[in-house]
Design a binder for this molecule. Sequence first.
Ligand code: CA2
Length: 148
Amino acid sequence: MKILVLNGPNLNLLGTREPDIYGTETLADIEAEVNTCAGQLGDDIEIEFRQSNSEAELITWIGEARGQYDGIIINPAALTHTSLGLADALKAVADAVPAVEVHLSNTHAREEIRHKSLTASACIGQLMGFQGFGYMLALRALVNKLST
Ligand code: CA2
């Protein structure tokens, strides 16, 4: 089973500021934990972990996922609230590559502009508010869905 984990704009800066909101882990720490979790869930689970500050690159990666990956975990970061293009890309592959949306923070407890997700309706589910641990919850949920 191959899982593509995508991270949107500025998540490469994780661990450098606002630890009360986003936690103290870097994106590399989260990648290592997701890989460990994948190994515990089964020896056939492969993780491809990527980050981009470019909306276009993220859309391209999602479009290329069909036939290459079984599922997607995505933290679209600020694009969550703005990108119809990302939502359309996720919808376009949803029949073959289901996605789970993850957020480090509880966006509903933050500014009103963060309450709306354009991408969530293109996903099979959403996890938020558990900082880096949410990625492992998302992986468990996605693997469970793909295995049943
Ligand atoms: O809570 C999340 O995971 C977010 O997707 C994070 C985004 C934010 O725009 C969304 O509303 C919610 C921000 C990503 C950038 O995070 C940084 C964290 C620390 C240092 C610099 C950037």
